[in-house]
Design a protein around this ligand. Sequence first.
Ligand code: C5P
Length: 223
Amino acid sequence: MASSPFIIVAIDGGAASGKSSTARLLADRFNLLHVDTGSFYRHLTSELLRRGVPHADLPALKSALSGLHLATRLEGRSARMLVDGQPAGDEIRDQRVNEHVSHYAAIPEVRETLLGYQRGQVEVAKQHGFRGLVMEGRDIGSVIFPQADFRFFLHADPVERAKRRAAEGRQDSIAERDRLDSSRKTSPLTCPAGAIDIDSTHRSLDEVFALMAGRVAPALASA
Ligand code: C5P
């Protein structure tokens, strides 16, 4: 009997482009591990702020990062990162973290700290019997898994994205984060060559999900 394929789905895009909602739906439909790498950068940012380590103080930052222990806890189909045994709190979605996260995420040492951890989620998914993983972020299809089976890039008009955040009742620095994320030297936010580019401005969540699911389903159909 042929063994089931293990698939990797990468979803990249700017802030509030719809990555998390579609990634969760794909995870549920196809039994994939959902990995939200933005939450990892947020968690590290929150921890470094709590310890009073500024992003501009590289020696202090390196020293703090080298002492961190990262592990994973599953919550349903989602991978939650534990930093020194602690899960992220709700504060990672607060405006303070929104304002700082892109500054920390631009530092190569911060990205390096998360690189191996993110790739290690493949093993976590396999150990727990998932059929694959869907990972969302900014550099998944370009840097973390350039050989992913599917690489999607979501974008949407900035006005529409601001409306989505407002509808969630959240304040966010969408434009500023996109500016910093797109202009940084290391792993900038960009649609990698060969990725499937989807404009979600005038599409409902269900429509975007259907587009992606239509691509992914045949790869798992034989399993
Ligand atoms: O996805 P989310 O908007 O929660 O990501 C928060 C921030 O984390 C981004 O604005 C970006 O600075 C950083 N990030 C990143 N690379 C990723 C995921 C997130 O630089 N793969």
